[in-house]
Design a protein around this ligand. Structure first.
Ligand SMILES: N[C@@H](CCC(=O)N[C@@H](CS)C(=O)NCC(=O)O)C(=O)O
Length: 211
């Protein structure tokens, strides 16, 4: 059975979304940031870096949220989240690394400013610089979405899920994606999927408990 370690407020949410998409049986082993549970020996034995998320599935122990999603898609989502054809699979890997290497540095840089700081403490110069850096990056995705609703064509795949997880940071940090209408429509379609709605419900519940 797939065990996902992490808080639903963390990047573990990406893996919950993937597991939900694949209808994979999974257990969420919640780790509390505030209690530092991700730095305790029990968790460090799974991920010595002390970062969330990690998974354990049989003999497989792994970290890195977007790579975990590739594993989940391949094991539980063949022909759906993980396309049946080689071309689609190649695109899924390409866009997974694109999300991590190109989009996430900008997106997380912005989210960190907005999420962890009050309005008057934010580095607005940095936010503006990151917004400028983000524009051509979003443009790369938008070019692909001109002719198809999803990255690999008509079907929602791992490529969309992994890019949308990171695009969420752009949206949550108030980066306006409306100048790219195809990307905005794509993001709306991804965010509205049942798997992501489930994640949002779980987050809302966790916030209620924490309040
Ligand atoms: N690239 C990693 C990033 C993991 C990461 O930084 N996770 C955050 C939570 S979203 C974390 O565990 N932060 C606590 C820390 O770094 O001590 C991934 O995608 O899984």
């Amino acid at each position: 059975m797939l065990k996902i370690y992490g808080s639903v407020m963390s990047r573990a949410s990406r893996n919950i979304w993937a597991a939900e998409e694949c209808a994979a049986p999974y257990e969420l082993v919640s780790l509390d940031f505030r209690k530092g549970e991700h730095k305790q020996p029990a968790y460090l034995a799974i991920n010595p870096a002390g970062k969330m998320p990690s998974i354990v599935d049989g003999d497989v122990v792994m970290a890195e949220s977007l790579a975990i999603n590739a594993f989940i898609a391949q094991k539980y989502g063949k022909g759906k989240l993980w396309p049946a054809d080689e071309k689609g699979q190649a695109k899924c890997l390409q866009w997974t690394l694109w999300a991590a290497a190109e989009l996430e540095p900008v997106a997380y840089g912005r989210l960190r400013e907005v999420l962890f700081k009050k309005e008057d403490e934010r580095d607005h110069k940095l936010l503006a610089e990151l917004a400028e850096r983000g524009k051509p990056i979003v443009g790369v995705l938008d070019a692909v979405l001109q002719d198809t609703p999803f990255i690999c064509g008509s079907q929602f795949t791992l490529a969309d899920l992994n890019v949308a997880c990171v695009m969420e940071y752009m949206v949550r940090s108030n980066f306006d994606i409306s100048p790219w209408p195809k990307t905005a429509a794509w993001y709306k379609a991804c965010a509205g999927r049942l798997g992501n709605m489930k994640v949002q419900e779980m987050r809302a519940q966790a916030m209620k408990v924490a309040a």
